[in-house]
Design a binder for this molecule. Structure first.
Ligand SMILES: NC(=O)c1ccc[n+]([C@@H]2O[C@H](COP(=O)([O-])OP(=O)(O)OC[C@H]3O[C@@H](n4cnc5c(N)ncnc54)[C@H](OP(=O)(O)O)[C@@H]3O)[C@@H](O)[C@H]2O)c1
Length: 315
């Protein structure tokens, strides 16, 4: 079936949580899900930016059902509080693990002492997803979509130095954090199936998505003339973050998207274009590395997998 990213299936009555929905791709994912009729919860760390995103979505989508909640993925207490707050609100149909950081040349740490990119991009989402699982299992078709990146293809996970104590190079560590996110996404789907759960886990990447090509969404995003000119120069290779959201939204909404699928732009170099199913690099599907990463992630976060194999999940 062909997929039209501008004509989405109706989502009224469904609830979607988007991490990092205050800016960039996450903002556009939230806006597109709201336009499809979903109740959207923007989970982000800055109250001001979250409020601005919620107001902008309401401005863009008449009648949008949208709210914001605080979530700092670089702080496990905040993650636990966000998961508990979401759980109290009721069932969740879609969780989009979108938020991501790239750090600078110096190694930095999260509130819990994890290297910032590994701690935020992978461990924060790992803890959030596992703690939100009961709310996802309350729906017949709960879905988790986790953001990867093309950088995972060149990344190698050093399981004995996940915190990059011994070797820190910013872009290399970012690539590793996105490889960890993909290993998590595919392992989560395997575990859900092994537990007989109806929920599924998928992954997506936006290609190369730049704000310079985005439509204005003041005060969330108001590009300057210089940014517009830069965008024009980038347009041959890159796409807007609004379009970078398309593979994510397809993974979240396409009724034919099976668990374990990976969506990205279908154009040259997978950098831009219409959202299509793709295959990640082989090492993103490595079961034994994924299982070891999972165990380490449970130990580091103190959050454990709540389901038993073959246990019929709550419907
Ligand atoms: N853009 C690309 O070409 C590209 C390519 C491959 C993959 N990706 C992935 O796509 C996702 C979105 O990227 P983007 O380009 O839209 O990035 P972005 O414009 O920098 O937006 C990132 C979002 O994540 C939020 N965030 C950062 N740290 C957080 C934390 N500790 N807790 C909660 N939220 C946090 C940010 O919130 P604040 O507003 O508070 O900073 C912001 O809303 C990321 O996972 C990224 O790795 C992007």
């Amino acid at each position: 079936m062909s997929w039209n990213p501008t004509h989405l299936p109706d989502q009224h009555g469904r609830t979607a949580v988007v991490t990092g929905g205050s800016a960039g791709i996450g903002y556009h994912v939230a806006e597109q899900l709201a336009a499809a009729g979903a109740h959207v919860i923007v989970a982000a760390r800055s109250p001001q930016r979250t409020e601005a995103a919620v107001a902008s979505i309401r401005g863009q989508v008449p009648g949008a059902s949208v709210e914001g909640i605080p979530l700092d993925l670089a702080d496990l207490v905040s993650v636990q509080q966000a998961a508990a707050g979401l759980q109290r609100r009721g069932p969740v149909d879609i969780l989009v693990n979108n938020a991501g950081v790239t750090s600078g040349a110096e190694r930095t740490e999260t509130a819990d002492g994890f290297e910032t990119m590994f701690g935020t991009n992978h461990l924060g989402h790992f803890a959030l997803t596992l703690q939100l699982l009961p709310a996802l299992l309350e729906r017949p078709t709960g879905r988790v979509v986790t953001l990867g990146s093309l950088t995972h293809t060149r990344a190698a996970l050093t399981l004995d130095d996940l915190q990059s104590f011994h070797s820190y190079r910013s872009m290399r560590v970012y690539g590793r954090s996105k490889l960890a996110a993909l290993l998590f996404a595919f392992e989560l789907d395997r575990r859900l199936r092994a537990a007989g759960s109806p929920a599924v886990s998928l992954a997506a990447h936006p290609g190369w998505a730049v704000g310079e090509l985005d439509p204005a969404r003041p005060p969330v995003w108001s590009p300057t003339t210089a940014q517009r000119l830069r965008g024009a120069a980038l347009a041959l290779m890159a796409q807007s973050k609004q379009r970078g959201a398309w593979p994510v939204v397809r993974a979240a909404l396409d009724p034919l998207a099976a668990g374990g699928r990976y969506y990205g732009p279908g154009g040259v170099g997978k950098l831009k274009g219409a959202p299509v199913a793709q295959r990640a690099a082989d090492h993103a599907y490595d079961h034994s590395v994924a299982a070891r990463l999972w165990d380490i992630s449970e130990t580091l976060t103190g959050v454990c997998w709540p389901l038993k194999e073959e246990e019929p999940a709550k419907r």
